[in-house]
Design a protein around this ligand. Structure first.
Ligand code: ADP
Length: 631
């Protein structure tokens, strides 16, 4: 059986290689210009395709509602790739998968009208790679991955006078950082003075001060926190207290003390500096400090959309600096090997371009692995998962398809130690139903209209609770106090862009909303009453402490959502200089790691909004450390 199957497979393969030659020629298309419609991330998009008898001569996007900067690479590359390859079998652009698919769908519909053989156009053509010479390059610092960590590392290495090459497997820079939900945590007492502190928040600090110290660093943080909080109380302050010590302790506690406290110490101390670093490069911020889902404290800085999207502000300011200061980015180039010399020092990176050309980049000073996590790699998720019932394909991911853990595999092969690989984060709220990502004015109800969790809880707690609800989905609820005149405080035009997308619903009264989302009205009203009471009186039955205003102003909004794989906390073990450690705890010379690919910063659970400050802090450290090596 097996033999005859492989024979059949060979025949199919040979035939499929022959098809292009047989099918090319006169009469492939009915000449003309045709329009087709597809569905992208932002809804319908229209594409116009022009063909002569034998060729696709032009593909133009005539209209779309895609998000600038996230979709730009797809809008630029996919139409050109269809013409260049004379094919619909085009690789989607990572981070803009839905836009890419929408453009291909629309082009397909246009070509159907041109009487094209669609199934022929959908066959992926073999690439000719045999005669391509190997690309050989050298730089002082070689970085794999052009997301927020890699780009921050590049800025620092360039500032220190090193030459830099960044190797990126996607056709555009940005990685998952570009898709980030828009929160960067850092204690910023000046800005937090605008927020009033609740009794529940004060009680939380007092409780933290009574906790048993797990180690010397935690003890030190508690001592500093006590001094700071005593001074705050003595001064009769009423604004929201915060400090790097509180940030470190909360990160440590909510990661179940799994993190490496030495890394956390650096992280907490440098988080605000990381915000300032982005500001100096051009990022702009909303005035209001908020709390991202799972942040557990209001210390999330949220960028404006000046770079096209919120996440873009965490990576494009650095990318601009790199472009202006002589850094080279090799796009469409997938690294697969870290090259070690006879002494075990990492001296370069090898891989292959999307066109099939081999490359080898030599590093005079060091190699930084900044390839992100493995949230989109189902095999790796299943291999390492210990804490979720399953992480197979039934659980979607918020990550782009490039998040496949390549750097972890490369580093492990080079001898690196991996830490915390079992800790994989599900985000409870993601996707088209999330009309506001900040928790202070959100309430969650299940399909019965009941609250089921303290909405200011950790992400793992929220996700576990959500998975136990009917259909593992729920609604985020909010009202006109948060979505003022249809727009959120950070400028998301909910009415114009989200209501009516099939996930976000709006109604003048709670009763109408209940009917719209098909939950019992009396339950929904009771949940809102319970929430409103907790805002004024405290003592929320679920134990929630982060609140802002009551829900009492229509129109009311509901967004359908559910948990998705979002972040992988484990990864390559690093030390305080972002140097990679081997399984014996020794430094692998010349090798650094930063960003989601590195483990040990968040522990078992990452606080919402902590990832961006992590990738910038340790990206910068990796860039500085590598650039400090002898050339
Ligand atoms: P971080 O938040 O840690 O910076 P991101 O996901 O934003 O991580 O960025 C990681 C980048 O690394 C992505 O752009 C991804 O395409 C890139 N990348 C991942 N694996 C490879 C690889 N094997 N070769 C080159 N680039 C890679």
């Amino acid at each position: 059986m097996k033999k005859s199957f492989s024979w059949l497979l060979s025949l199919v393969l040979i035939c499929s290689m022959l098809i292009p030659t047989l099918a090319l020629g006169e009469g492939n298309f009915t000449p003309g210009t045709y329009q087709g419609e597809g569905t992208g991330f932002g809804g319908a998009l229209t594409v116009e395709v022009t063909v002569n008898e034998t060729e696709i001569t032009d593909v133009t996007i005539k209209g779309h509602g895609e998000t600038a900067s996230i979709s730009d690479p797809a809008i630029e590359k996919i139409p050109a790739a269809i013409v260049e390859n004379q094919s619909l079998a085009i690789d989607t652009v990572s981070g803009a998968t839905l836009s890419s698919k929408g453009i291909i769908e629309a082009a397909t519909k246009a070509l159907e009208q041109a009487a094209a053989d669609i199934s022929f156009l959908q066959v992926k053509k073999e690439k000719e790679t045999a005669n391509l010479e190997k690309i050989e390059k050298t730089a002082d610092v070689v970085i794999i991955g052009a997301g927020g960590a890699g780009m921050s590392a590049a800025v620092e290495a360039l500032k220190a006078g090193s030459s830099v090459i960044i190797i990126e497997k996607q056709p555009a820079v940005g990685g998952n950082t570009l898709l980030a939900g828009s929160a960067m945590n850092a204690a910023d007492p000046e800005k937090q003075k605008a927020i009033t502190m609740s009794d529940a928040e004060k009680a939380r600090i007092e409780q933290i001060l009574t906790l048993e110290s797990k180690d010397d660093l935690m003890k030190q943080w508690q001592e500093i926190l006590k001094e700071e909080f005593d001074a705050y109380t003595t001064a009769g302050s009423t604004y929201l207290f915060d400090s790097p010590s509180l940030h470190k302790i909360q990160t440590y506690i909510d990661g179940d003390y799994v993190a490496n406290p030495a890394l956390l110490d650096i992280y907490g101390d440098q988080a605000l500096e990381a915000v300032d670093f982005l500001t100096a490069l051009g990022a702009n911020w909303n005035e209001e400090i908020q709390a991202a889902v799972g942040a557990t404290w209001k210390r999330s800085h949220t960028p404006t959309t000046d770079y096209g999207s919120k996440g873009a502000s965490f990576v494009l300011p650095q990318a601009e600096f790199v472009a202006e200061n002589g850094g080279e980015v090799m796009l469409d180039s997938k690294a697969d090997t870290l090259i070690l010399n006879a002494e075990g020092r990492c001296v370069g990176v090898a891989g292959t371009t999307t066109a099939g050309q081999a490359f080898e980049v030599t590093a005079n000073q060091g190699v930084i692995v900044a390839t992100g996590g493995f949230g989109a790699n189902i095999e790796m998720r299943q291999k390492y998962n210990k804490h979720w019932p399953t992480l197979d394909e039934s659980i979607a991911t918020s990550n782009g398809p490039q998040a496949t853990g390549d750097g972890i595999v490369m580093a492990e092969t080079a001898g690196a130690n991996l830490v915390g690989m079992e800790w994989i984060q599900l985000i409870p709220t993601y996707g088209k139903g999330v009309f506001t990502p900040y928790i202070e004015n959100q309430m969650y109800v299940n399909f019965n209209g009941d609250r089921f969790v303290a909405e200011d809880e950790r992400r793992d707690v929220l996700s576990k609770a959500a998975l136990e609800q009917p259909e593992a989905q729920f609604y985020i609820l909010s009202d006109a106090n948060t979505v003022k005149d249809g727009v959120t405080s950070i400028g998301t035009d909910v009415d114009a862009n989200l209501v009516g997308n099939g996930f976000v619903f709006k109604a003048d009264t709670l009763e109408e909303l209940a009917e719209m989302i098909n939950v019992p009205y009396e339950n929904l009203q009771a949940s809102v009453d319970q929430f409103n009471k907790a805002v004024t009186e405290g003592n929320d039955p679920f134990g929630r402490s982060v609140f802002d205003q009551q829900f009492n102003a229509g129109p009311f909004y509901a967004g359908l959502t559910g948990p998705m794989v979002h972040h992988t906390m484990g990864g390559i073990e690093i030390n305080e200089n972002a140097q990679v450690l081997n399984t014996a705890g020794e430094v692998i010379p010349g090798l650094y790691a930063a960003g989601e690919v590195a483990g040990g910063i968040h522990g078992s659970n990452r606080l919402g909004g902590n990832a961006i400050s992590d990738i910038v802090v340790f990206g910068r450290i990796a860039g500085q450390s590598a650039a400090a090596e002898a050339k």
